[in-house]
Design a protein around this ligand. Structure first.
Ligand SMILES: Nc1nc2c(ncn2[C@@H]2O[C@H](COP(=O)(O)OP(=O)(O)OP(=O)(O)O)[C@@H](O)[C@H]2O)c(=O)[nH]1
Ligand SMILES: [Mg+2]
Ligand SMILES: [Zn+2]
Length: 361
């Protein structure tokens, strides 16, 4: 029993999950952690080793949205073993943190990118890929997730003036640690170790080609993840990693490799925006109107700060842009909720009229 709980702790199991597992009945179920998801198949880590998991029919049918299905990093309750190396997933334990975005494309739906992450490395490389605006967006989602963000500036060997880049990052980082690294030049890598302790999970997020898998191979001490040559001419990667995957490090700790994301749209990130633009939020307390949108209202302390060059205009614009995106999302979510409500009434009234017709006959 002791050995078993040691193994679970290595996978990130703790009091938080244990107590919800117990209150969900524990019983015949076992805990397992989702390491990889591929369509309807899940690779699971358990105290006894690896298994392949399938969704229980009930879980699949009752999941109204994709976010109700297991995501990489989730702890799930699996049933008694269904056979050699296989198990059925019955439920998802409440998430301690979750990194979510709006699903790519036009649909208004949430996608969970990773669950139960302790620290998220926001990786950005010191070449043409570098974009402060994108970094701000990652920071918003990271703050919203409940995981601790750390900014990793990768490929420092490619940049002449790293100090200048670091300074630019610090100006938007709001106190988040900024680590300057290069795997090629063996620079700054020891600073990553602090976050990789036993039972802790670190997710690496960032555009394709910034060197996430290269960092993971370094941390693992072996080439476990595929790394591809970059087209240095435009600094873009080629989406070499195709799946999100949780990897156990021999030295202790878990890392989650992710494919570079082309689109990173917000999902319910009010708190994240407030936290990522804290200096603006603090100033906003001094606006004359409580519901000031800082778009030219009289007595606006934010506009005043922009005029006095206390806040960079780009930073102000990016704040406005994210706020606008959130409002737009809210409108779409409201519409969907209204449609769902309408459908529910339609269904209920249809059922009622069916019933009265049956009575008449
Ligand atoms: N110069 C330099 N190149 C690096 C460094 N780290 C990684 N690279 C190169 O950058 C390219 C992309 O690295 P990957 O690790 O595949 O990038 P990734 O972020 O995993 O990309 P995706 O899986 O597509 O999301 C490879 O050719 C690496 O060799 C570094 O520190 N310096
Ligand atoms: Mg990769
Ligand atoms: Zn204002």
């Amino acid at each position: 029993m002791k050995r078993q709980s040691d193994r679970l702790n290595k996978l990130g199991w703790n009091e938080f999950f244990q107590s919800s597992f117990d209150s969900h009945g524990g019983g015949p179920y076992h805990p397992a952690r989702v390491a990889l998801e591929n369509r309807d198949l899940y690779r699971l880590y358990t105290a006894e080793g690896e298994l392949v998991g399938h969704l229980a029919g009930k879980l699949r049918h009752e999941a109204a949205h994709r976010d109700a299905l297991p995501a990489v990093g989730d702890w799930v309750a699996i049933g008694p073993l269904a056979g050699e190396g296989r198990a059925v997933i019955h439920s998802i334990l409440p998430r301690k943190s979750r990194f979510a975005r709006k699903i790519a494309g036009a649909r208004t739906e949430q996608q969970i990118i990773a669950a139960n992450i302790d620290t998220v490395f926001l990786v950005t490389s010191a070449n043409q890929e570098f974009s402060l605006r994108r970094l701000e967006r990652y920071l918003v989602l990271a703050w919203e997730s409940g995981a601790n963000p750390v900014i990793v500036l990768s490929k420092a060997d490619l940049c002449e003036d790293v100090d200048d880049l670091t300074e630019q990052i610090r100006a938007v980082a709001g106190g988040v640690p900024v680590l300057v690294t290069s795997v090629l030049a063996r620079l700054g890598l020891d600073a990553l170790d602090e976050y990789l302790c036993e039972g802790k999970t670190v997710a690496l997020l960032g555009s394709s080609g910034v060197g996430k898998s290269t960092l993971i191979n370094h941390l693992a001490g072996e080439d476990i993840q595929k790394v591809r040559e970059i087209r240095e001419a435009d600094g873009r990667g080629r989406h070499t990693t195709s799946h999100r995957q949780l990897i156990m490090l021999r030295r202790g700790g878990l890392v989650l490799d992710t494919p570079g994301m082309r689109e990173l749209q917000l999902w319910d990130a009010d708190h994240g925006v407030d936290r990522a633009f804290e200096e603006i939020e603090v100033l906003a307390a001094g606006c004359r109107f409580r519901d000031c949108r800082h778009q030219g209202e009289p007595g606006c302390a934010v506009i005043e700060a922009v005029e006095e060059e206390q806040i960079a205009p780009q930073r102000y614009h990016s704040y406005q842009k994210l706020q606008k995106e959130l409002r737009h999302l809210e409108v779409k979510q409201d519409k969907l909720a209204q449609i769902a409500q309408k459908n529910k009434w339609k269904k209920l009234s249809r059922m009622a009229s069916d019933r009265s017709r049956m009575k008449r006959h």
